[in-house]
Design a protein around this ligand. Structure first.
Ligand SMILES: *Cc1c(COP(=O)(O)O)cnc(C)c1O
Length: 410
């Protein structure tokens, strides 16, 4: 988003015009930002054999998947449905890694049939996998090093009580299963889920994984997951990708030397690649002054953007209709019959009814977590590519609410 003398522009296009043409609320994504983030990560790791797997649960519109495929990315998936979306988008099975948690052995077998890379995160399933496939199908093992490099415990997966990964303290048991069932381990993986605020803490977790890696002789890659943090508000600490690239390249290079072979280093960012590429535009229905507060009530709610209520996430808000206006204090709330507060006591350019507001950082985990609560339609999605807007998802309509409902005589 740029502020020009003619107002706000998303890759050259006015958000007000987008809302006029496509209605509101509206998700808008720009490929230029996705590409810039992808290339920034590539550049930071130019000294290693890097593979980036886009974590598509963040934003899984098939056009976004196709765009990352064109950039040369692989795909990180967490369900068999995401695997199928990835294949449909054109990814080769070998470029898709499937990292489920607490899914059935049946679903894992389906993923094996598709030929994708399988990442197993518990010993019980590993034992069943070994019994079924022996060394005929390679696996990746998801370890949990119990390192938290910062951030919110709700989104962290690295702490001791987490349901994710095989604890680093179970390595002995893991090795026993691998040996007795003749399992071919081609990858090791960690994804602590916590934000990388401190590169050195992250490196300590990485080192723990590398220490385990010496025990597996057939490795092709080591996947360090994600945790790349982007700024949601000014002053936020974002992951220093360049520092991470420099230090990891050195650490990994030294490891490969003593391991005896050059392995691929993999990462699977979601948020880092798409968060800042997205904006969520909505219209102000009502400005409501109570004895205590000035509310701006908008034509959306937790049905379309739940992160502020779910994670206490901060999403920056600007008034697209009044770029230079005097700042006033508002509490921005949704139209759902719940307390769906997007922002409390925010300074925003003076708001009039009918104005268009934009939520920033709306590319990751926003549309994807939307629902039909209150029987509202899910919004449309637009992709801006090379200065041109493409509708990539139609706004829902009434028939969508009844789709799959079965009307019976009772
Ligand atoms: C969600 C997820 C990611 C992506 O996390 P971000 O914070 O969006 O970068 C990567 N790997 C796995 C296994 C995940 O579940």
């Amino acid at each position: 988003m740029q502020l020009t003398e003619n107002g706000y522009r998303i890759d050259g296009i006015s958000p007000l015009e987008l809302c006029e043409e496509y209605g509101s609320p509206l998700y808008v994504y720009e490929t230029a930002k996705m590409e810039a983030q992808y290339k920034r990560l590539q550049k930071a790791f130019k000294g290693s054999k890097l593979k980036i797997n886009y974590a598509c649960k963040a934003l899984s519109n098939i056009n976004v998947l196709r765009f990352f495929h064109q950039l040369g990315s692989g795909l990180d998936t967490v369900s068999i449905q995401e695997v199928e979306l990835g294949l449909k988008a054109g990814f080769a099975p070998g470029d898709i890694i499937y990292t489920p948690n607490c899914v059935s052995m049946e679903e894992i077998k389906k993923a094996v049939e598709k030929g994708v890379k399988i990442n197993i995160d518990n010993l019980s399933i590993l034992e069943q996998f070994g019994a079924a496939y022996g060394n005929s199908y390679p696996v990746c093992i998801r370890m949990n090093p119990h390192i938290m490099a910062g951030g919110n415990i709700k989104i962290s997966t690295g702490h001791i009580d987490s349901k994710f990964g095989i604890s680093i303290h179970q390595t002995r048991h893991l090795e026993r299963l691998v040996k007795s069932l003749d399992i071919r381990v081609e990858g090791l993986h960690m994804h602590t889920g916590s934000d990388i605020l401190d590169v050195d803490v992250f490196l300590r977790g990485a080192q723990l994984l590398l220490d385990v890696a010496y025990d597996f002789k057939d490795l092709k890659y080591i996947d360090f997951g994600s945790g790349f943090k982007v700024a949601y508000k000014s002053g936020d600490i974002a992951t220093d990708v360049e520092e991470l690239g420099e230090k990891m390249t050195k650490l990994f290079g030294e490891f490969c030397e003593s391991y005896g072979r050059e392995l691929e280093i993999e990462f699977e960012p979601g948020k880092f690649l798409v968060s800042e590429a997205g904006y969520f535009l909505c219209k102000v229905n009502v400005v409501k002054q109570t004895t205590a507060t000035v509310f701006a009530g908008v034509d959306t709610g937790l049905n379309h953007l739940i992160r502020p209520m779910f994670y206490d996430a901060y999403h920056h808000i600007e008034n697209m209709s009044n770029p230079e206006g005097k700042k006033r204090v508002y509490t921005v709330v949704g139209y759902i019959c719940e307390t769906d507060t997007f922002a409390s006591d925010r300074q925003i350019s003076e708001i009039k009814e009918g104005d268009i507001l934009a939520f920033y950082n709306a590319g990751a985990y926003c549309f994807q977590m939307s629902s039909n609560y209150n029987s509202r339609f899910r919004p449309a999605e637009l992709l801006i590519h090379k200065g041109k807007a493409h509708l990539i998802r139609q706004r829902e309509e009434f028939s969508d609410l009844l789709k799959n409902q079965v009307e019976v005589e009772i």
